[in-house]
Design a protein around this ligand. Structure first.
Ligand code: ZN
Ligand code: ZN
Length: 685
């Protein structure tokens, strides 16, 4: 130590005694190293900041202390919150908590980054109690904890064996909806695997894993769908069951529901004597994620009827998501009523989920009404509303909402641009789409991503500007993916451009070799041109690769339950009536001049068999069921897992005219509103 700091000290600066130790760290070698050679003169505050970052990354505490001293001596650090924050972070990250605290206490405006750095520093350096005290202080000062705070608070609870507090913190995490973020948002994929390997290690060296270990490792298992590790932990929990409470069981349910073993999750769930809200939410969202919506809605009904637990906002958002998945409008409306009765309606995220649900259930009017009644709307709410208009082919309303949103001072992000551009493409708004695509770069300095290009290729292709679409695709500044090529392929199908469709298909095949939809599209294009040899060649490839088409499946809601029809389904209790109705419709349509288009049938069979196969497509079964059961005049709403085939689209248009009914079908891409013989998609989908 030497006292050479005095040579840098400006005369008017008074040194607080507590800063003296830092000043004493400075020696002339520091001065030489950093100021003369590196920067050619005294350091600016910006340079100090950069240097601090470098020293933090290098964990070079000795140099850091010298820099601290220098900053005091040159009064750079005085009242500079930015530098003080960086300095405190440096000490905390290097494990010198005493000095970190000294700087921390002097900072008046502490941001959440700083709080998090300190909480983490204490938790990781064996000062668990300080970490928890600081966490409480952070909340008292009105800061909110986030996914950078919680893992270390949980760790501190674990180190101190404060199981009850740990449980409370876990509840807070779930309430904030951060449960999955903590590991997905914070720990990178590779580190998740590390978490699991540490757990394995603990088992090997016979360290008893504790409660917090499980709470840290189980979400990692769930994200990786690591069923094996999950089961090992389950075994451990059974052997030591007295030590563990509900949160570990709930985390285990999550693991099972995320992997292929949902039955295991359900069994655990049923074994819990007093199920808490987290258990219910885990189970309901498990089924929703797997697309088993009937089961998830069934559980929700049971939760309300049988048990003493009250659904919370997380439950309601999951249930609304489930309703949207299969367009269960009646269920969705019941959920809406429940939300209104129980005061969730003011919650911005619940409101946004409602807007999304109504859109996906085909009720755009209700969707807009909920949207207009929301007391507060954020970027997500707007994006959901705009995407909803797009899904229904209402491009003008989407563009108007986009402008309205900007008028309210909300800046669009990449997701909003995808929503509005896809709305333009679904509605064929060429000029608007072009202008908005341009705005991305000029007004918002966002570079278009592959999904934005995909919308533009679709939009240009739909307008018949296929060469321009191809030109845009070739000049993209990002690598094209299979979706962009598929969009070009669709355009070629509609505009009968065989040559370009072959180029598009070849490129798409390379990027998505198992994409059966691409092969079907190409084969349909050849069939339209009556190039039967080429059709056969494509089919031979499909056979050789063993690719299977996902079976078509349609849903319709009737009498508070969901009726599901697979292609050629004969399991429904009204099967006989349904097929008789289809026969009747087929005769009536033929009399009206309908000629079946069998080019999309992907099998080598006789023409009349092909025709029969078309009549057994799942959406037709659902329509027949609706005509038999729904009161006359009532709109028919159907959801389908795949895209409409050309012939079903024609038939549905004709049926809507024949029976004078509105038929709304959501296929894999968008909504089709059939009315009086035409469709809202304008025959482009
Ligand atoms: Zn069909
Ligand atoms: Zn349509």
């Amino acid at each position: 130590m030497n006292g050479s700091y005095s040579q840098f000290l400006k005369p008017h600066i008074k040194i607080h005694p507590q800063n003296l130790p830092f000043l004493l760290q400075i020696n002339s070698s520091f001065y030489t190293q950093f100021t003369r050679h590196a920067f050619n003169g005294p350091l600016t505050s910006l340079q100090c900041g950069a240097l601090l970052q470098k020293l933090t990354n290098l964990k070079s505490i000795k140099m850091g202390k010298q820099l601290h001293g220098y900053m005091i001596s040159s009064s750079i650090i005085l009242n500079n919150t930015y530098l003080n924050t960086k300095l405190s972070a440096m000490y905390a990250i290097c494990g010198n908590m005493d000095d970190a605290r000294l700087v921390f206490d002097a900072i008046l405006l502490k941001n959440s980054f700083l709080w998090n750095v300190m909480i983490r520093g204490y938790a990781c350096n064996g000062f668990s109690l300080n970490s928890l005290v600081l966490y409480r202080e952070m909340l008292c000062f009105g800061n909110t904890a986030d996914n950078f705070t919680y893992p270390f608070v949980l760790k501190a609870c674990g180190d101190l064996l404060l199981v009850e507090i740990g449980r409370k913190v876990h509840c807070e995490i779930v309430i904030c909806g951060l449960e999955s973020d903590i590991y997905v948002g914070y720990v990178k994929n590779g580190e998740l695997r590390e978490a699991l390997s540490v757990f394995d290690l603990m088992g090997k060296v016979r360290v008893r894993p504790d409660y917090v270990t499980f709470l840290s490792v189980l979400p990692a298992c769930a994200d990786l769908a690591a069923l094996k590790q999950g089961k090992e932990i389950h075994g451990y929990v059974i052997r030591n069951s007295t030590e563990f409470d509900g949160s570990v069981i709930n985390a285990l349910i999550d693991v099972y529901c995320s992997s292929s073993y949902i039955a295991g999750g359900r069994q655990l769930f049923e074994e819990i004597v007093v199920k808490d809200i987290i258990s219910w939410n885990s189970m309901i969202s498990g089924y929703t994620r797997r697309g088993d919506v009937a089961e998830s809605l069934g559980l929700f009904s049971r939760m309300k009827l049988e048990e003493s637990v009250v659904p919370d906002r997380v439950t309601m958002m999951t249930v609304l998501g489930a309703c949207g998945q299969i367009a269960a409008l009646q269920f969705g409306m019941c959920a809406h009523a429940y939300i209104a009765r129980n005061g969730f309606a003011r919650d911005i995220m619940v409101g946004t989920s409602l807007v999304d649900m109504y859109t996906k259930c085909g009720s755009l009017g209700c969707s807009r009404q909920v949207f207009d009644e929301m007391s507060e709307r954020n970027l997500v709410s707007w994006s959901v509303m705009i995407a909803g208009y797009g899904l229904h082919g209402r491009g003008r309303e989407a563009v108007a909402s986009f402008k309205e949103m900007k008028g309210e001072g909300i800046l669009p992000d990449e997701v909003t641009f995808t929503s509005v551009l896809s709305a333009c493409s679904h509605a064929g708004l060429l000029d608007e789409g072009r202008e908005i695509f341009l705005q991305m770069r000029t007004e918002y300095t966002l570079s278009p991503k592959v999904e934005h290009y995909s919308c533009m290729v679709d939009l240009l292709g739909r307008a018949g500007l296929i060469d321009e679409a191809y030109e845009l695709l070739r000049n993209m500044e990002v690598e094209p993916n299979a979706d962009v090529w598929a969009a070009l392929l669709s355009a070629c199908r509609v505009h009968h451009n065989v040559k370009l469709s072959e180029i598009a298909a070849q490129n798409a095949f390379v990027l998505r070799p198992e994409g059966i939809g691409l092969y079907i599209s190409l084969s349909n294009i050849y069939a339209m041109e009556k190039r039967w040899d080429d059709v056969e060649m494509v089919r031979a490839i499909v056979r050789r690769k063993g690719l299977k088409k996902e079976p078509g499946c349609s849903f319709i809601e009737f009498n508070k339950s969901i009726h599901r029809f697979l292609v050629g389904d004969k399991s429904h209790c009204q099967t006989e009536d349904i097929y008789a109705k289809l026969e009747e419709l087929s005769v009536q349509l033929k009399e009206a001049g309908y000629i079946p288009d069998t080019s999309s049938v992907f099998y080598d069979v006789e023409e009349d068999v092909k025709e029969k196969m078309l009549w057994h497509h799942s959406e037709r079964l659902a329509i027949a069921f609706a005509l038999l059961n729904l009161p006359s005049g009532m709109t028919i709403r159907i959801t389908k897992n795949l895209r409409f085939c050309g012939d079903c689209h024609t038939v549905t248009k004709l049926i809507s005219k024949l029976v004078s009914r509105e038929i709304i079908v959501r296929d894999a891409r968008r909504f089709h509103h059939f009315n009086d013989g035409s469709c809202s998609c304008g025959d482009y989908w």
